[in-house]
Design a protein around this ligand. Structure first.
Ligand code: SF4
Ligand code: SF4
Length: 531
């Protein structure tokens, strides 16, 4: 419910200071005042809104909801600049980008501290303390000063996890620029609706969507960072004074007038520019001269949609998803302990509580297993370490997921399961929580659009591997025959390979092509030599 100002307003300025949400603003283009509908909440706690009480001329009135569709011709064309293939887009993935994402997902959960100026800051050491990133919070996206500690913490409490998606969209736009630290980009509310899947949300009014988009953009643009970076390889050490991670240069409002003469907000646009960090971490030209970095990875669009739909029910899963996006960029060994995943998903304080307060671990364990299942449903399949994370302490859904769909195969599965010392239906051991803290996940099988996030081997290595492997691959039938020859069950082979049983099943059925590394591993474990 919002209010609006009639034409008879004499600009006496009585209502503006009375508004508790600073929604009444001086019109920059014409005389008089206007009410920002993304800020006005109609004063729900008052019988008569504060502005109505303050106006002697009765110039404020309730704005009825807009009827019918908005005229998109009144808005700038929203031609997508990213996700042009519909699936993925490169995004800036340097440490500054990760820590900003971390700040937006963990908010008050991070170890904020007071600095020498008495301001709240979050410090991230670089290279064992040789350098650091220092983040602080500005009171609004255009402010240069930072907030006092108590206000900073209160403001962080109002931030939303979904702002991390806006941050990733900005990171993807920054990669489309040749010199992102001095070239701005413009995003309209229609862009955000497309990228974030809001266009399909029938439960939100147009104004609610616009208010949400503006809030998320403004939260993302409030972080300021100072950088002290040590020498790394040929790149000399450097310091950058505090600057906005994302500079909000302009916000435009688009209105449409209805037959009764009421102006309704139908769109927004934002002009944003990457901060000075991009000179050092997203600088193509100087990267070629080896005097700066150019760090990027691949952002799957599905991650944004998943985060936008799961953030309320599975906040921990979304935090893990975003962490994995940056972690997997590094490729190589992806082993991770459950303790680490718990800290990422729920913060240190919650993990400490679960390990020290009697009974608290049960709630956390249940949440963790549910969040892991949410990742599984999205397509990130955890591969449990058979030594530290054996079947008996795995989540029940993971054990059930191993049951084949095919009736005959399912019968074999249950027959084999009954012969195991730990069957599927055996209840979890009493020391499950203690064992789980030291359990490891070897890696995650990735959805197709995530495959590109892994660092690709060099061209020469790919060529050599392809030459070695050409004509020498095991088919699904070969693998099944070799496995049966060795009297190995699918589960036993999966454990030896560090894969899931469903992976073996799919490979044997020829549902997907096995990559070169896994081919080599299969040949080694099954002791099969190909000519
Ligand atoms: S209704 Fe309340 S929130 Fe809206 S403009 Fe008036 S005083 Fe501000
Ligand atoms: S109090 Fe009434 S007349 Fe004065 S600025 Fe506000 S709306 Fe206009």
């Amino acid at each position: 419910m919002t209010y609006t100002i009639k034409d008879g307003c004499t600009a006496c300025d009585s209502c503006r200071p009375a508004c508790p949400r600073q929604a009444i603003q001086l019109n920059p283009d014409a005389e008089g005042y206007w009410i920002d509908p993304t800020l006005c909440d109609g004063c729900p706690d008052l019988e008569i809104p504060a502005c109505v009480t303050a106006c002697d001329l009765d110039q404020l009135h309730f704005l009825p909801a807009k009827k019918g569709r908005s005229k998109s011709t009144l808005l700038p064309a929203a031609i997508p600049d990213i996700f042009l293939n519909g699936k993925t887009n490169p995004f800036a993935s340097s440490l500054v980008m990760w820590e900003t994402c971390n700040l937006l997902t963990q908010r008050q959960g991070l170890p904020w501290q007071t600095d020498s100026e008495g301001r709240l800051c979050y410090r991230r050491p670089v290279q064992r303390g040789l350098g650091e990133l220092r983040f602080r919070l500005a009171p609004d996206p255009t402010a240069v000063e930072v907030m006092p500690p108590s206000e900073s913490l209160a403001a962080l409490g109002e931030f939303e996890l979904r702002a991390a998606c806006v941050h990733l969209i900005f990171s993807a736009y920054a990669v489309t620029q040749e010199t992102p630290w001095k070239t701005s980009f413009t995003l309209t509310s229609q862009h955000f609706e497309q990228y974030l899947g809001l266009e399909k949300r029938k439960d939100l009014t147009k104004l609610e969507k616009l208010t949400l988009i503006k809030d998320l953009v403004y939260q993302t643009c409030r972080f300021r960072v100072a950088i002290n970076w040590p020498r790394q390889g040929r790149v000399q050490g450097f310091s950058l004074a505090e600057h906005a991670v994302w500079q909000l240069m302009d916000t435009q409002y688009y209105f449409e007038q209805d037959r009764e003469g009421h102006d309704h907000l139908i769109g927004l646009s934002f002009v944003v520019q990457a901060g000075d960090w991009a000179q050092k971490f997203l600088n193509k030209q100087r990267y070629r001269q080896q005097t700066a970095f150019y760090q990027y990875s691949t952002l799957p669009r599905s991650l944004l949609l998943e985060s936008m739909s799961s953030w309320q029910q599975h906040e921990g899963a979304v935090r893990l998803l975003l962490w994995l996006l940056f972690k997997l960029r590094l490729g190589g060994d992806q082993r991770m302990t459950v303790r680490k995943l718990l800290r990422i998903a729920y913060g240190d304080a919650r993990v400490v509580e679960a390990t020290t307060v009697r009974g608290a671990h049960k709630r956390l364990l249940k949440t963790f297993e549910n969040d892991l299942e949410a990742l599984y449903s999205y397509g990130l399949i955890p591969l449990f370490d058979p030594d530290t994370y054996p079947v008996e302490i795995q989540p029940f859904w993971a054990r059930v997921a191993e049951i084949p769909e095919d009736a005959e195969a399912a019968l074999d599965f249950w027959t084999e399961d009954a012969q195991q010392s730990q069957s599927l239906t055996t209840s979890a051991p009493r020391d499950k929580w203690q064992r789980l803290l030291n359990a490891r996940i070897l890696s995650f099988e990735l959805p197709e659009d995530w495959q590109q996030t892994l660092r690709q081997p060099s061209k020469r290595r790919r060529k050599r591997a392809a030459a070695n492997q050409r004509g020498a691959t095991l088919s699904g039938d070969d693998i099944k025959a070799a496995r049966q020859q060795q009297s190995l069950s699918q589960r036993a082979l999966a454990q030896r390979l560090g894969k899931s049983q469903s992976w073996i099943r799919d490979v044997e059925k020829g549902r997907f092509k096995v990559n070169l590394n896994d081919q080599a591993l299969l040949q080694q474990v099954l002791a099969v030599t190909l000519g």
